[in-house]
Design a protein around this ligand. Structure first.
Ligand code: ATP
Length: 247
């Protein structure tokens, strides 16, 4: 049957501080059950796009000044970010953002704040540990003393604890060794396949993102310059030359 569209971004423009035009008409579609990648270099507008979707722009003096963002057909711009979490959309921010003074397990439990069923929360914790055995080993460690890879896992695990339908994942590879990057993406794929969680991920590492995503959008200076199924983008000569570092 036809795939259901969860998220629809229509021609949005984003301005910071009333004057800095950063997104100049970005459109994209995220189908239910897919992994969609938002690609592009430093400053292309990937993070801004994710924050526009999750209503996190306001705290940065950013504003969607044109276009619309729909989740399940409902207009979501200007919503309270917590409202979006209740609708099933959660963002994992760039740079991980674990609570350094809490243990890994306490961090994970903060992700379940919208829920109260203790049995279900315990089951979800086990679900998260099944994807991240490393977090289980480290569950009593203070997050601030764990490695960058463990903190990235912790941030994704915490997002999973809210039982989201969609995760907006910002730059999961940032600062991680290649082998760990691969490991994180393997887990993203497993969560996508086994839990049916939909992903929209922003990534500068085009090479790895296009191996795990189903569909990709390439942003340059606040515009989508190319989009297509990941397998096609991987074979595209321009993508190879400019983003995959080969020609
Ligand atoms: P990166 O991988 O570096 O995060 P990106 O593609 O995610 O890159 P954005 O972070 O969305 O890009 O930034 C896009 C542009 O918006 C950049 O030129 C950046 O300087 C600018 N920008 C981002 N945040 C703000 C802000 N709060 N105020 C003003 N300009 C901003």
């Amino acid at each position: 049957g036809r795939t259901e569209t969860l998220l629809e971004v229509n021609n949005i423009e984003v301005i910071y501080n009333h004057v800095i035009l950063v997104l100049k008409g970005v459109s994209l579609t995220v189908p239910k059950g897919g992994i969609t990648a938002l690609l592009g270099g430093n400053g292309a507008g990937k993070t801004t796009t994710l924050k526009a979707i999750s209503s996190l722009l306001r705290s940065e003096r950013g504003e969607v000044t044109k276009g619309s963002i729909l989740y399940r057909g409902q207009r979501v711009q200007d919503l309270d970010p917590a409202e979006l979490v209740r609708m099933g959309v959660i963002q994992v921010m760039e740079g991980r953002h674990c609570f350094e003074h809490l243990t890994i397990e306490e961090n994970l439990l903060t992700g379940a704040y919208t829920r109260s069923d203790k049995g279900q929360i315990a089951a979800d914790l086990e679900m998260v540990y099944s994807y991240f055995p490393r977090l289980k080993e480290r569950r009593r460690s203070q997050a601030g003393y764990t490695s960058g890879g463990e903190q990235q896992m912790c941030a994704i695990g915490r997002a999973l604890m809210s039982r989201p339908e969609t995760i907006l994942l910002d730059e999961p590879s940032m600062g991680l060794a290649p082998q760990l990057v691969e490991q994180i993406f393997e887990i993203v794929r497993a969560v996508n396949e086994n839990e049916g969680v939909t992903f929209l991920l922003a990534e500068q590492n085009t090479n790895v993102a296009l191996r795990y995503a189903h569909y990709g959008y390439i942003l340059e200076s606040g515009r989508v310059v190319m989009d297509g199924p990941a397998a096609e983008l991987r074979e595209n000569p321009d993508v190879k030359e400019f983003y995959l570092g080969m020609s």
